[in-house]
Design a protein around this ligand. Sequence first.
Ligand code: M6R
Length: 615
Amino acid sequence: MCGIVGYVGQRSALDVVVGGLRRLEYRGYDSGGVALVTADGLATAKKAGKLVNLDAELEARPLPHATTGIGHTRWATHGAPNDVNAHPHVDDTGRVAVVHNGIIENFAELRAELEADGHELVSETDTEVVSHLVADRLAAGEPLPQAVHTVCRRLEGAFTLVICDAQTPGVVVGARRNSPLVVGRGDGENFLGSDVAAFIEFTRDAIELGQDQVVVITADDIVVTDFDGAPSPTRDYHVDWDLSAAEKGGYDWFMLKEIAEQPQAVADTLLGRHSSDGLLQLDEMRLSDDELRNVDKIIAIACGTSYYAAMVAKYAIEHWTRIPVEVELASEFRYRDPILDRSTLVVTISQSGETMDTLMAIRYARQQRARVLSICNTNGSTIPRESDAVLYTHAGPEVAVASTKGFLAQVVACYLLGLYLAQVKGVKYGDEIRRIVDDLEATPAAIQRVLDDAEEVRKIASALAGSRSILFLGRHVGYPVALEGALKLKELAYLHAEGFAAGELKHGPIAVIEEGVPVFVVVPPKGRDQLQEKIISNIQEIRARGARTIVLVDENEVDAVSAFADHIIRLPRVPTLFQPLVATVPLQIFACEFAAQLGHDVDQPRNLAKSVTVE
Ligand code: M6R
């Protein structure tokens, strides 16, 4: 949450910083602000609301030219989202400007101490104390980097800080503990950002910072130390996507672009995963086959949409490997005293790689000696760095707050993990695995067909305009799909939406069915298990009570449901376990379309942020 940018170089710092904030706005959009180090001291501008408000402020009151600057786009934690609480926060001498992501837990005590010393603090934020504390250290004669070290050692909680000082031109200092910060290495210029999108326009060479590190950037140098000022190791990496991936590319919404990119995201996540003789290879994973052979229990942990990917994983991994899989919300995991040991594999799933609940679950699991494998879409992020093993998804940057291509790529990574475990444990023959992988490799084309048929879904969104509540039903892997369909609609359309296991309806929720309530039903393909027959009975039960049914069904099996469906969404034929890859897509399109019709900002829904870096 919150997007942070820092710049030192030869360009207009204002242009670089505001451009970076625009690409980080998905991280929070309660307010925006900048601070520049000019020849005449600090120049700042900040405004509540989205960045367009800051743009208007900068137009009305232009700032002087500067080549050193910092900026912030906020997701509010401490203090209402107003102009005063917007970052940057400047100390009462006007010398030090600070932007912050995270929560400083001991801020009340620090604030009391500063006020007792005569400092005047003007905002309700936890952040403001930092500018005063740093200014005090500077006044005591410490240079800016040392002042930041001293102050960081006093802070508790989670923080990324980016700081500039009016009397130290050409220098920006960043610090990180439990919140993201990456460095962009330029030529005669250097950058800081909450993620690489902040500076992708200028460089794709990045440095991943570790925990409790301070980075000092000038135009020509980058120096990383720990909080005591001792040199500290980092990892350089090259970003494998460019500016075009972080822009809308002609689509009305990032979400629409990202939905359209799903065939590619799935194909890229599958790319290079097997040798010419058909053996799966997950080279990047950092866990040996021996270690994997010893796994006797898996706990899959995640939040939100990623949690639904974990639910899908359970069906697939248990089916292929016979290893029991528990699925757990990251925010609940460590509070229930879970049973873990060296043979437990904890699989965490996170698109951003920064979700604090998931990170805390990882730390807990590792303390308990379990091995942690993370499925993650973001190179350089905290979660893969703190895990024993990583399986990257290759969906490219996901900008819209609502996850779409990130989810499909996660589901694919879970399938790959399940099949790989089956291979190393020897519980499936090689040719069986090869056939399943062939089916998986056919899914991008099937997803593309769903996208090509999106017009029918848009018509349904128009037909359901005015609905106050929409339900989603599924069985087996269709159940997490139903949950995901409901989550997408809640977060984008601010509407009551719920997903249920279809068989569970009769145990209570069926009471909410009344005349005209729209109910989406994900029908599993026909198989040996009678799942399809069972869900068709469920459709009849709700239809008999007045529900308006929207049925997602294999295009070859439409006849089985047409008598009970008010609307039909045809899905390409795929094996049952892979149905989430095609069935989720119409529900994403529906939620996007439905929200857009209501006039909502699809990419930046209210109250939300893309990376949830607080617990
Ligand atoms: O980055 P992560 O995958 O860890 O994020 C987890 C959730 O916060 C995320 O999936 C959230 O539920 C999305 N906004 C859903 O669209």
